[in-house]
Design a protein around this ligand. Sequence first.
Ligand code: SF4
Length: 253
Amino acid sequence: MKKQKTRSVKSASNSSKQSKSRAGKRSAAVPAARAASAKSTGTSPARVRAILQKLDEAYANVNCALVHETPFQLLIATILSAQCTDERVNKVTKTLFAKYRTPRDFAAANPMELEQDIRSTGFFRNKAKSILGASKKIVEEFGGEVPRTMDELLTLPGVARKTANVVLGTAFGIAVGVVVDTHVTRLSERLGLSRNTDAKKIEQDLIHVIPREKWILFSHQLIWHGRKVCQARKPRCVECTLEQLCHAKDKTV
Ligand code: SF4
């Protein structure tokens, strides 16, 4: 979800004011996808609306693919999902969450045993350390409950903005930012929504062009689109709902 052949975000932002004005004169009945020129690029409001409309049509009710029943389970699953597929994580957590039921259980886990429990997700030593550290902190400092603010979540070992945004958005419905994972990074570049490669900067770019009420759903939609259609090595552009709006260098049509 990296370099951009489309206009820079900055220059697109300048022209977005003009585009907004033009878009405002169009009839509300004109679908956003048609209102945006097929040749349009960058982050003009009309183009962003068109992208969002297409994503809504294709992925109306998508959610996080990590299986969980509680915010804490989602936190653990998200830590495990680094450099690992959601499918693999879901297999591992199926037995993991039966063995360790509460933050207290995880906090009291034998480190070496926990490492083996999560081994197949990769980077298991670091992940076990993060899970143990985060669980202990949640038990000792947050009364056994996953905190609900970005600042508090970022104090937990192994938790950076991506994980915090996943937990806040999916578990609590709180939109503080946009989840930027590998899919969101790749698609943001291909769709010309950001020319940055650093996740924090990409998130800031997206926050400026995506309406806040869309932040949670938008990241789920990009993640699903990245998995199913806009894949890293060979994007399936011929099947892509965004094809008319996309000017990626590596388009396959
Ligand atoms: S047209 Fe191709 S590169 Fe562009 S978003 Fe769709 S699948 Fe990705």
